[in-house]
Design a protein around this ligand. Sequence first.
Ligand code: ADP
Length: 528
Amino acid sequence: MASDHDAEDILKPLVFRLHENVPKAVREVLLERGWSEFDEQEQDEADWNLYWQNSPFRMTDHRSIKPWQRLNHYPETARITRKDYLARHLKRMKGIYGPSLYEFSPVAFIMPNDYVKFMAEYTKERQALGRKPSYWICKPVALSRGRGILIFQDIKDFVYDCMVIVQKYISNPLLISGYKWDLRLYVCVTSFCPLTIYTYEEGLVRFATEKYDLGSLDNVYAHLTNTSINKFGASYKKNKEGIGRGCKWTFSKFRSYLRSHEVDDLLLWRRINNIVMLTLLAVTPSVPLTSNCFELFGFDILIDDKFKPWLLEVNYSPALHLDCSIDTTVKKRLLHDIIELLNYKQTDTLRENKGASTKSSYAGRTHIRLTTQNENATDDSPDFLASKQSLLDVARGSFKKGAIAMGKMSRTQPRKTLTSQLRERMNKPKPSSQSKAASKSKQLPGARHSPHASVQVTHWLPTTESFNYKLTIPPYFVSAKDKRPFPRIGDFVLIFPFNDAALEASRNGIDIKSIIHEIHKLMSKQLP
Ligand code: ADP
């Protein structure tokens, strides 16, 4: 009987639950990895490991989360994904921490509330002698995919009939072969407390499909880079000089393009990572304390002709449908890497309250040191971004030769799904009961990092007294080895915390002031 039970345990696949509008690619990737889909008729309410939907979950869903489960949203993250909320948050941060840090987002006015302020700015500019008046872009706050957008220079062309944001139009974008483009950067937050941010090294460059021309402000194919618009343009399928067909490149192609033009892109990626951190800091204190969630954001970044990156907006549930082969390459791999980031372990397949401690005390405040997987950070290197092989080098891809290259190497082999590994295991001799027990806590097939353990989680969670909702689940996003977030998983690169002080300041609640201070220091080291 005992052996039957064990075989049953081992054969249980991980289970996903999808809301109806979730793109097909999510299901495809999970099935490829040997997962099975939740069946409401057949399975118990809690008999799943991942629930994915495009909209937020209810607080009751968060509160009833089990140790083996993950939700693909944190509560309250829409605070930065609606255009007006984002503008407000960034304006507030700029007011508190100064324009030198928060000058990456174009000046914005929320209409109708800011109408008087906007008119004052518009008039002031018009009256300033010798200055060319700005261009403005008007975007409905609650719409996406380029819908309802209007670009204007003269106030007589400005009309709106719903709540909109009017933003300074970045009229000097860096063009490639005369075409405007922007970057869709994927960012995954595996925890808001302590704050843990990964940026994805691969991503999409999204092109407009007609040449940029300030003389035709109403030509959406020249001024907007949304795929949802450009795929209907007359030039979409044409082989455009210097760009090719369609309207997308991968970041890899973009990096090669920059290097072939002798552009050192390191500084650019550093500045982009700083934008991501500073933006997420604006919302972090408002995210309620919840366990076992993650949030994938799509950051839209425009680069101007002085190589300055601008944040245009942050997308909630960024599009994951596959429009073209470039989407397939980037997004399927992204989804695989997200699942890796979720650090499932063998016990999670059981979907029972065993094997994981759910009643730990999380009040500890032990000081811990940040290390990379090959331990190249030491106590005497308080800022591991400083020299040697920094995480920002990793972010840029130049640290692939050492230990981190292991992640890459494993990618060249077919990914082992749970099913394939189980098949392999079934062909092996039966393990002893002792090694079986040990294997229960081993990492899942295909995972390239070790699982978290239920002990020592005390280092990673805030004191419970300060929150109404008490966390009872150990964090899933740290390594068993050093109780720190993995510096790299697949193409996800940890950008926050970036040193011990940043870690310390986000561990017991969030000390924004100290973190900003660290970012300031980091920037003054990074930037010329
Ligand atoms: P949506 O949510 O509708 O996609 P975005 O803010 O992403 O709205 O804007 C859509 C597109 O418009 C962007 O991808 C970019 O090409 C262009 N755009 C938006 N804001 C600006 C701006 N301030 N300056 C220049 N171009 C912009």
